[in-house]
Design a protein around this ligand. Structure first.
Ligand code: HEC
Length: 149
């Protein structure tokens, strides 16, 4: 009984500690963090293709899996109150053309999903998938990202 109360008390304390951390990570910070992860994964993939690092099929799959995870969450991080602030580079087009933005996110999700499931046993096979996946970066940024300097 006492033990149960101690566990309950420590769980409550953990919740109190966790809450402010979650509140700090608003949608702008979250979407930037996801895109930074995309950037890191793209660099890791390009390095393998260039031979800077040795080709590793498990790493290749992890790159697409991470991106697919980003794709599945990214579209939900654009509430109306996040159009400005936090040095966001989100373009007004996201809110002006929501169906087109949704389609761009869905395409990224579909292409990363296909890449995850594809044969990645060779660097050449990975390169073909990587090309299709990273075409999404450029096309979405052209329409839906404004670069701040
Ligand atoms: C469906 C649209 C979409 C796709 C696909 C997409 N991005 Fe982005 N990206 C954005 C938007 C929108 C922003 C601006 C987010 C903000 O600042 O609020 C952004 C921002 C970024 C940033 C800057 C993050 C920062 O620190 O502020 C990087 C880096 C980036 N994207 C890399 C990538 C890479 C690499 C890919 C492909 C693997 C990719 N993105 C695919 C929409 C997309």
């Amino acid at each position: 009984m006492i033990r149960a109360r101690i566990i309950a008390a420590s769980l409550a304390a953990a919740t109190l500690i966790a809450a402010p951390v979650l509140a700090q990570g608003g949608p702008i910070e979250q979407r930037k963090a996801m895109m930074k992860s995309n950037g890191g994964d793209t660099k890791a993939g390009a390095d393998m293709l260039k031979g800077v690092t040795p080709y590793d099929a498990a790493k290749a799959k992890a790159i697409f899996t991470n991106m697919h995870d980003v794709a599945s969450k990214f579209g939900g991080l654009f509430p109306a109150n996040s159009k400005t602030g936090g040095k966001t580079e989100a373009a007004p087009a996201i809110w002006e053309k929501p169906a087109e933005f949704k389609a761009a996110v869905a395409k990224f999700e579909a292409d990363t999903g296909a890449a995850m499931a594809a044969d990645l046993s060779t660097k050449e096979a990975f390169g073909a998938q990587f090309g299709k996946v990273t075409a999404n970066c450029r096309s979405c940024h052209e329409s839906f990202r404004v670069k701040l300097d």
